[in-house]
Structure formats: C-alpha cells, structure tokens
Design a protein around this ligand. Structure first.
Ligand SMILES: Cc1cc2nc3c(=O)[nH]c(=O)nc-3n(C[C@H](O)[C@H](O)[C@H](O)COP(=O)(O)OP(=O)(O)OC[C@H]3O[C@@H](n4cnc5c(N)ncnc54)[C@H](O)[C@@H]3O)c2cc1C
Length: 448
C-alpha cells in the first residue's frame, strides 16, 4: 500500500490487505471470483481527480463505491481501478436556506441524525448504513418518498469528476444533461459524483409504525387486499408486506404487514392506518399491534438487525409490477413462497402508488403502483450457494407481470430487464459517448 499525498491510499493486487480493501467495501458478504487490479481509497476530491487521471494513463477502467450497499456488488469488477469514496462523507447543513451538501460516502442514518437535530428532513434510505452516493444516483425510494418524491428529486446540483479528470458543477442551467443523468442512472452513471447539493424538507412531527402478521396460508387473500387497497392508502403511510419464513411473533412462515407512518400527529397517524383495522382480512390476522411511536433513526437501525443482516451473502432481484389484477401473479407468488429460503431471505411487497405522476425530466423514469423485491440472503456459504438462484429464478418467472426493475436492488449482471423509459436510456447512452468516449467507467452489469 502507498499513501500518497494528493492520491489517497493505493493498494494493488498482491499487496498486504488487498482483499480486505476490496471486500471491506461491500455490505454483502459474497466473495466474488474476481478482483480489480488496484484500489484507491480517496480522502478528498483531489485524490479522485488523481485516480481518474491515473486510470486514463494506465488504461484502466474505473468502478466506484460510496457506501458499498449495491446488492450485486456492482463495484467489484474483473480488473480496473476500484475507487472507494467512503471517506468523502461530509455533511454540511444550512438550516436557514434548508439546503445541505453531502459527500457520496455519507451514510443515510448519519445524515438523518444530523438533520433531526435541526428539525429538518431528507428522504434518506430506510437502512442506516446505505451510502448517499449510490442511493441518490439510482433515484432513491427514501423515507416519505411517496410524499416528497424520490430522493433524487431533492438533488439540486452535483459536483462531478468526468472521465477527462475535469471537475464540473451540474444543475438545471449548467451542464444540465449531466444533472439529468445523475438523477436516476445509478450504477450506469458516467462520472464520479463527489458532492450532492440537496433541498431539505420539514420533518414530520410524528413517526411510528403499525404491524400485523398473517400465516402464509392466507397469502392469496392478503395479496388481493393489499393490491386493491394500495391506491387509497395515504402517501404518509409506507404500506409494505414482508414474506418471511420466520415471521415476527408467529415464528413460522408468514406475511408481516409493516406500515411506517410519517404524520403531523399521533391522532392523524391512527386515522391514516385505520384501513388495517377495518380491512376485510383483519380477522385472519394472527395479531395486529397498535401504532408504536419510533424515531426514524431507531427504525433504520432496527431494519439492519431484523431483516438486513450484515455478514450475509445476498442475491437479490426485483420488479415493478404491472398495475391491475393479480390473478396471474398469485400462482407465481405461491411458487416464490414454496421455495423461499430461511431468514434473512425475505420478499417485499411495497405499495408505491406515487402521488406525483408528473416527475421532473430526469433519467429516473420507470415506476408502477407496486414494487416487489426478493432478497435472497444466507449467512452460511453452503446455504447461500444452494439458494443463490431463488431470487433470480422467481423474478424471471414473473417477468410477464412486470414492467421492469428498480436500480436500487438491481441484479442486471444475472438478469437483464428495462430500468428506465426507452427514450431515457437512449439519451443516457448518447451522453455516455459524449462524456466518457473511451468507456473509462464501468457501466451496468450485463447478463447477455
Ligand atoms: C440494507 C440495504 C437497505 C437499502 N434500502 C434502500 C432504500 O430504502 N431505498 C432505496 O432506494 N434503496 C435502498 N437500498 C439500495 C441502495 O440504495 C443501493 O444499493 C445504492 O446503490 C446503495 O448506495 P451505496 O453508495 O451504499 O452503494 P455502492 O455499492 O457504493 O454504489 C452502488 C453503485 O452506484 C454507483 N456509484 C456509487 N457512488 C457513486 C458516485 N459517487 N459516483 C458515481 N457512481 C457512483 C457505482 O456504480 C456503484 O457500484 C438498500 C440497500 C441495502 C443493502
């Protein structure tokens, strides 16, 4: 390893600590059968510029990692220079202007904790350790995103190091096409974002959660109900269902209805989730809990303990479901259930139903009423191997029920699927040719 002023720490294959420097970047404990040639741990923007220049000089492709939460470990590629941005984690909040600047390596939970002190809010990711870099670039289904929009809609500008080593600022008026791409292209962005300029929001006065649990034999009734009630559920409620072989409280295969609420008061929260108490399936529930008041930060930390276990080999897949009846989907969900591995593997049904159908023109451009994701995590290597294809195979079986995938949980190296509107993808590829003509940056994983 070399520690060069102005270049960061540089660790090459064969150096002591090389494997740790590569695998230590990743939330998933999967150990892929390939490695980059070199890792650069940048400490600041000038280290990033030097790394990009070094890659050009040595003919290396660049992969990028901020928080390392890509389930597919998109940043660990075969060869090239892995640029680790986790140390670029600044948080600067201007409470008066209700704006902030964050580095890509800043963690969602750290940012939320800093905002909470000033009674401000940003739709950060649901788990504490998700990096703001990858999260914001791919769109970002964050806290209260049904209300305030996908997180990238609250990005007002980005600072980007391009393939030629230049540092540019991009917003609506300056380098507008780079700004367009930085809001939704995710792991296919053609530069290194070194800072995000953000618009902040008012912090909801009450946050809490209501839960209900069903045994898996009620799956059809519960899914039909969730699908029909979804469009009426208030955008202040994140109505989700988690399929789990050891569901909370019943310790057997079940469906956990999990509904965080971000409201103006506890009384409002009660009204907003009354649809659960009045539901036609309520009598079939094993139990229904009243609302539990919880800070977002506590929920974020709990999420990583309860379902997003660390030290786990994850193999995930996902889809935006076609809107409409679920009849043809139900047998496929039944197959997913029948083949579901033990925890922490789980499946998420998320009521998205965005209130804003008119999003700004940006790369992010694919969504539907319901998001469905399969998280095939196992801690034991043998189990992980055995269940590796569970998520991909079930997602493939559901392809005709889906319009494409969300980049948040992308698995494009194993199953290709659309992830933005066709015209947006064509525009993105045109911009890639303009800004990264030598394809210095790795693009999306490729299953073909
Ligand atoms: C436990 C867990 C919970 C999650 N919860 C949510 C959630 O609530 N909502 C949601 O929308 N998503 C969620 N995700 C998905 C997550 O947002 C994406 O995986 C996101 O890419 C993670 O960002 P990161 O910086 O941690 O990841 P990284 O793995 O560092 O980045 C992912 C990819 O983005 C690109 N990239 C990252 N940083 C930069 C940069 N600075 N410049 C250019 N390209 C860059 C690279 O191609 C990189 O491979 C979750 C993931 C996990 C593991």
């Amino acid at each position: 390893m070399r520690l060069n002023n102005g270049e960061g720490a540089i660790i090459s294959r064969g150096d002591w600590g090389f494997d740790e420097a590569v695998l230590g970047t990743s939330f998933s404990a999967e150990d892929p059968p390939y490695r980059p040639d070199i890792v650069v741990q940048a400490n600041d923007v000038s280290d990033v510029v030097s790394a990009v220049q070094r890659a050009a000089r040595d003919g290396l492709k660049i992969s990028i990692c901020s928080g390392g939460h890509s389930w597919s470990q998109n940043h660990i590629r075969d060869g090239g220079l892995l640029l680790d941005l986790s140390r670029l984690n600044r948080i600067e909040i201007d409470a008066g202007a209700r704006t902030a600047i964050v580095g890509p390596g800043c963690l969602s939970g750290d940012f939320d904790a800093a905002l909470a002190k000033q009674n401000l809010f940003f739709p950060v990711a649901h788990a504490y350790t998700v990096g703001m870099g990858g999260f914001l670039l791919q769109g970002g289904f964050g806290w209260n995103s049904r209300m305030v929009g996908v997180a990238c809609e609250s990005v007002s500008a980005v600072d980007v190091v391009l393939a030629d080593g230049s540092l540019v600022h991009a917003d609506e008026t300056e380098n507008a096409d780079i700004y367009w791409a930085a809001r939704g292209s995710g792991p296919g962005f053609f530069g290194v974002v070194v800072a995000f300029h953000l618009k902040l929001h008012s912090r909801p006065k009450f946050t809490g959660m209501k839960m209900q649990v069903f045994r898996i034999r009620h799956m059809e009734d519960v899914v039909r109900w969730a699908n029909s009630v979804g469009p009426e559920v208030s955008p202040k409620v994140e109505f989700q269902m988690v399929f789990n072989r050891k569901a909370l409280g019943i310790f057997s295969h079940g469906i956990e209805v999990v509904t965080p609420i971000l409201a103006d008061s506890r009384r409002e929260a009660r009204e907003l989730v009354s649809f659960i108490d009045k539901s036609p399936v309520k009598k079939k529930a094993s139990f229904t809990l009243p609302i539990i008041p919880l800070s977002l930060n506590r929920i974020m930390k709990a999420a990583e303990k309860v379902i997003f276990w660390p030290n786990t080999r994850w193999a995930t897949d996902n889809m935006w479901l076609k809107n409409g009846p679920v009849d043809s989907l139900l047998p496929k969900i039944q197959h997913m259930v029948d083949t579901q591995p033990p925890p922490p593997a789980h499946t998420l049904w998320m009521n998205w139903n965005p209130i804003s159908s008119a999003r700004p023109d940006m790369a992010f451009s694919l969504e539907s009423q319901t998001y469905f994701a399969l998280y095939g995590g196992q801690q034991d290597k043998k189990d992980a191997e055995k269940h590796k294809n569970w998520a991909t195979e079930n997602a493939r079986a559901m392809e005709e029920n889906s319009i494409g995938v969300q980049l948040a949980d992308e698995n494009l190296a194993r199953r290709s699927a659309p992830f933005m509107a066709r015209e947006n993808f064509e525009k993105l590829e045109m911009l890639r040719k303009k800004y990264d003509p030598d394809q210095r940056f790795f693009s999306y994983g490729d299953a073909s």
